[in-house]
Design a protein around this ligand. Structure first.
Ligand code: SAH
Length: 257
C-alpha cells in the first residue's frame, strides 16, 4: 500500500509508534474529532489555523465552516511531494488530470450551501469526489454525505484517503454524477466540484424543496468555457437561480472511466 503523506515528514505515525484514535464528538459544536495519531498534529494544526485566518480575511464568516476547515487534515489528501503546499490556498494535482479544490473555494461553497443555518445539513450530495477532501469537510457539517466520482482511480484513492478518518456518514459512489443518486434523495444540499454547461435536471429533481444547490456552470455564450458559481434554491414555487463570481473548476464530464 502507498505510504500516506504526513506533515511534517519526520512525524510519521509509524515512527512515533502512535495509533490513530477513533473519531469522537466534541460537545457543544458537535464536530467529530478526526483521527490524529498522537504526537502528530501540532505543526499541521498551526498551518491549518493560519489557513483559517486567511479564509476569514477572504470573507468566510460561518464559524462551523471555519472550524471544519481548521479540523480536516488536507495534507492527508495530497501526494507526499505536495504536502508542504497542503495549507496554501491553492488547488493541487491529484492525478488523472484532476485537482483538489482550493480551500478558499471549498469554504465559500459550503458557506453558501449552509446559508447561515445554525444546525447541521441533512443529506448532502457531492458530485466529483476527487481525492475526498471536500467530502471530509462536508462530513463535519452534514448528517450524511453521498459523494460520486466518475474516475475509478480517484474513487479508489478517495476511499483509501478517507479510511484513515473513519467517517461513517460519508458514502462514496462510483458513477456518472450527472444523473445524481436517486436512492439518497431528496437532498438538503447538492454541491458540484466540476462545471458543465447547465445544471442537470436530475440534480434539481433530487434536491428537497427548501434545499440549495451550489455548482460551477459555464456562462452562457462564454468564449473558452468561463465558469461562474451558481446558487440554486428550490422552493415550493419553483427554482430561484443566482449567478455569483467567476470560478475555475475541471469540466463536468459524462460517463465513467
Ligand atoms: N471534491 C474534490 C474536487 C475534485 S475535482 C476535492 O475535495 O478537492 C472534481 C472531480 O469531479 C474530478 O475528480 C472529476 O473526475 C469529477 N467529475 C467530473 N465529472 C464528473 C461526473 N459526471 N460525475 C462524477 N464526477 C465527475
Amino acid at each position: 500500500m502507498k505510504q500516506r503523506p504526513t506533515f511534517p515528514a519526520r512525524l510519521e505515525p509509524q515512527a512515533t509508534g502512535a495509533r490513530p484514535t477513533p473519531a469522537k464528538l466534541v460537545s457543544g459544536i458537535g464536530l467529530p474529532v478526526l483521527n490524529r495519531p498522537q504526537g502528530l498534529g501540532m505543526d499541521s494544526a498551526a498551518h491549518r489555523q493560519r489557513l483559517v485566518q486567511l479564509l476569514q480575511k477572504q470573507g468566510v464568516r460561518d464559524e462551523a465552516v471555519l472550524a471544519a476547515m481548521g479540523h480536516v487534515e488536507r495534507h492527508r489528501f495530497v501526494d507526499s511531494a505536495l504536502v508542504n503546499q497542503a495549507y496554501e490556498d491553492t488547488s493541487l494535482p491529484i492525478g488523472l488530470g484532476q485537482t483538489i479544490s482550493k480551500p478558499g473555494v471549498v469554504s465559500r461553497m459550503i458557506e453558501l450551501l449552509r446559508n447561515g443555518n445554525a444546525g447541521k445539513l441533512g443529506r448532502v450530495l457531492e458530485i466529483g469526489t476527487g481525492c475526498g477532501y471536500q467530502a471530509a469537510v462536508l462530513s463535519q457539517l452534514a448528517q450524511e454525505v453521498y459523494s460520486i466520482e466518475r474516475l475509478r482511480g480517484l474513487h479508489d484513492k478517495a476511499r483509501e484517503n478517507l479510511r484513515h478518518f473513519r467517517l461513517p456518514n460519508v458514502h462514496l459512489l462510483f458513477g456518472d454524477g450527472r444523473v445524481g443518486y436517486a436512492q439518497g434523495a431528496p437532498y438538503a444540499a447538492i454541491i458540484a466540484a466540476a462545471g458543465g454547461e447547465a445544471v442537470p435536471q436530475a440534480w434539481i429533481d433530487q434536491l428537497a424543496v427548501g434545499g440549495r444547490l451550489v455548482a460551477p456552470v459555464v456562462r452562457d455564450g462564454s468564449q473558452g468555457g468561463a465558469q461562474a458559481l451558481l446558487v440554486l434554491d428550490k422552493t415550493s414555487g419553483g427554482v430561484r437561480q443566482t449567478l455569483l463570481e467567476a470560478v475555475h473548476f475541471v469540466p463536468l464530464k459524462s460517463g465513467v472511466a
